[in-house]
Design a protein. Structure first.
Length: 276
C-alpha cells in the first residue's frame, strides 16, 4: 500500500494513494502522529471520497520524524569515486529538522552555498521503538520505505571534521512522494535511478549496499533508541558531482531539476532556484 501526507485548505491530512486519486484518512498534527493513525484507519474504500492528487499539495510522507539519520559511504563505487576510506562499520551522521522537505520542494541556492550536490537514496521509516535490536529481528522494526535526496554543500561539508553545516541546510532532506509498506518492495531487485535534467547520473541496485538494512538498524540501535517515525537515509550510489574530476564538476545551479526514482515508490523531484 502507498500512503502520503497532503495539504488541503490549510489543513494536513494522511492519505491512501489509489489508482484513481487519494483517500483521506484523517488529520495530521504533532500530537496526532500519523504512523499510528494508519494502523487505526480503516476507511470503507468503496464509499470513500476520492480526491484528485492535482488538487492538493503533497507533503513529506513522514511529517514529524523524531530523528533524521543517515548512512555515509554505503556503496563501493561511491567510496572509490570520493577517494574516502572504507569503514569497517556503518558511518552515521544526522540531518536536523529544518532539512526536511517534501516532493516538488524548491531548494534555494545562495552566495554561501555554491557547491551543492545531489545524493539519491532509499529511506527506511521505523515503525516501532527499539533498542539493542538483533539483526535477525531488525526488519520487524521497519514500517516502510520512501525516497530521499541527501542534498549536500560539499564546501561546507569538508570545511571541518564535522559534516553538520554541509548536511543540514534548509530543505536539504526532501523525501517522498509516497511511503510504501515494506511488503511492497523487493530490496534484492529494486533499483535506484537519479536524473539531473533528464540525464541519468546515478543508477544502482539497492542490493549493492555494503551494509544492508538489518545491519544498519541493529548497529545504530546499540547506541540510541530508535523511535516510531525515525528516518534512516541508507546511502547513495556513485555518480554524485563530488566523484567527478574537478574539471567536470558542475555544481547544482539555478533551474536544475533532480529526480530520484525507486519503483514501486515513485519519483521524488526537487527544483533548484537561485535566491532573488
Amino acid at each position: 500500500m502507498k500512503f502520503c501526507c497532503f495539504e488541503q485548505e490549510n489543513q494536513k491530512f494522511l492519505g491512501l494513494k489509489t489508482s484513481d486519486g487519494l483517500i483521506k484518512l484523517g488529520l495530521v498534527s504533532r500530537e496526532n502522529f500519523w504512523l499510528g493513525e494508519i494502523d487505526r484507519a480503516n476507511p470503507d474504500i468503496e464509499k470513500a471520497e476520492i480526491i484528485p492528487e492535482r488538487e492538493v499539495k503533497l507533503l513529506p510522507p513522514v511529517l514529524y520524524p523524531p530523528k533524521i539519520l543517515c548512512v555515509g559511504l554505503n556503496y563501493a563505487r561511491h567510496i572509490e569515486e570520493t577517494k574516502l576510506d572504507k569503514s569497517r562499520e556503518p558511518l552515521f551522521f544526522a540531518k536536523l529538522s529544518n532539512a526536511l522537505a517534501g516532493p516538488s520542494a524548491e531548494f534555494i541556492l545562495n552566495d554561501f552555498t555554491y557547491q551543492v550536490d545531489y545524493e539519491g537514496e532509499l529511506v527506511v521509516v521505523i515503525g516501532k521503538t527499539g533498542k539493542n535490536i538483533p539483526k535477525k529481528q531488525a526488519l520487524d522494526y521497519v514500517w516502510g520505505y520512501t525516497i530521499g535526496n541527501d542534498i549536500t554543500d560539499r564546501r561546507l561539508q569538508f570545511s571541518s571534521s564535522q559534516w553538520l553545516r554541509g548536511k543540514s541546510l534548509d530543505l536539504s532532506a526532501p523525501i517522498g512522494p509516497y511511503l510504501v509498506t515494506k511488503d511492497e518492495i523487493d530490496l534484492k531487485e529494486a533499483e535506484i535511478v537519479t536524473r539531473r535534467n533528464q540525464t541519468v547520473v546515478q543508477r544502482a541496485k539497492l542490493s549493492e549496499m555494503l551494509f544492508a538494512i538489518p545491519e544498519i538498524i541493529s548497529h545504530i540501535s546499540q547506541t540510541m533508541t530508535l523511535e516510531e517515525g525515525d528516518l534512516i537515509f541508507t546511502g547513495s550510489p556513485s555518480g554524485s558531482i563530488i566523484g567527478m574530476p574537478e574539471t567536470n564538476q558542475k555544481w547544482l545551479d539555478d533551474g536544475d531539476i533532480v529526480s530520484v526514482t525507486i519503483e514501486p515508490i515513485g519519483t521524488l523531484t526537487t527544483y533548484f532556484k537561485k535566491a532573488i
